[in-house]
Design a protein around this ligand. Structure first.
Ligand SMILES: Cc1cc2nc3c(=O)[nH]c(=O)nc-3n(C[C@H](O)[C@H](O)[C@H](O)COP(=O)(O)O)c2cc1C
Length: 227
């Protein structure tokens, strides 16, 4: 596999929602998890923990719980945000295709070869920034997966099954389940991220003061959040 530069990886690591069922060799999985554990954290406290679900009996049960929680979560989100509105949606629109992909993602969740529960052993719950010590590890996992030809995404759709999941896997209450990250070979490909133009996000010297020196590279693609 060809190597990818750190900057190219940053520009192209998309959230993957379509996975091939092929298992991930231990060596690759180990590299991805090792990279995740190299993330920074406050005072290098390293509160992140990674519970990897593969194909053992308990993992299969956990994936089944997660699968139904994900299906419920997407159905609530799709209804709340009107993803299925419109009597005759254009099947070529980005919105229609995204909704199709999300439905397929949740319908086939159990087939995803690896699911990682990214957890945080809480140690300073009075600190409002405590949670910030776990998400850099999620981003490291995304980038390491990308570098090795895999895909993942950060999700928080374990809410509907959290109590059962904790009981099944022995996760104590003192531990936060910060993200559920599927992992596998992507069916499609990674590609350019769509974000707001950099000039709308970076200020110079004062709040909302334009940073005239920032530039979007010519290949940039853009997307604006729905209000
Ligand atoms: C904190 C966080 C929570 C997210 N939660 C979910 C989720 O519950 N389900 C999901 O499918 N994607 C989730 N995502 C993925 C985002 O929807 C995705 O990153 C965003 O739409 C941009 O897509 P892109 O990274 O492919 O450009 C989450 C991402 C972040 C950073």
């Amino acid at each position: 596999m060809s190597e990818i530069s750190a900057l190219d990886a940053l520009a192209t690591t998309r959230s993957i929602h379509r996975y091939r069922p092929d298992p991930i060799p231990d060596e690759d999985l180990s590299k991805i998890l090792w990279s995740a554990t190299r993330a920074p954290s406050g005072t290098n406290h390293q509160p992140f923990r990674f519970l990897v679900l593969r194909d053992g009996e308990r993992s299969r049960q956990a994936k089944a719980l997660l699968g139904s929680s994900f299906r419920k979560s997407w159905s609530v989100k799709a209804a709340d945000e009107g993803w299925r509105d419109g009597a005759d949606p254009d099947p070529n629109s980005r919105r229609f295709r995204t909704a199709e992909t999300m439905q397929r993602f949740v319908d086939r969740f159990e087939e995803i070869p690896v699911v990682v529960l990214v957890c945080m052993a809480r140690y300073r719950s009075s600190n409002p920034y405590e949670g910030a010590s776990v998400y850099p590890a999620c981003q490291n996992l995304l980038l390491a997966a990308r570098a090795l030809g895999y895909g993942s995404t950060i999700t928080v759709w374990h809410g509907f099954c959290e109590a059962e999941l904790r009981a099944l896997l022995g996760i104590p209450d003192s531990v936060l389940i910060a993200a559920t990250m599927p992992l596998g070979r992507p069916e499609g490909s990674h590609g350019p991220l769509r974000r707001l133009p950099v000039g709308e996000l970076v200020y110079d010297d004062a709040w909302e003061a334009s940073a005239s020196w920032v530039r979007d590279p010519p290949e940039s693609r853009f997307s604006r959040p729905r209000s």
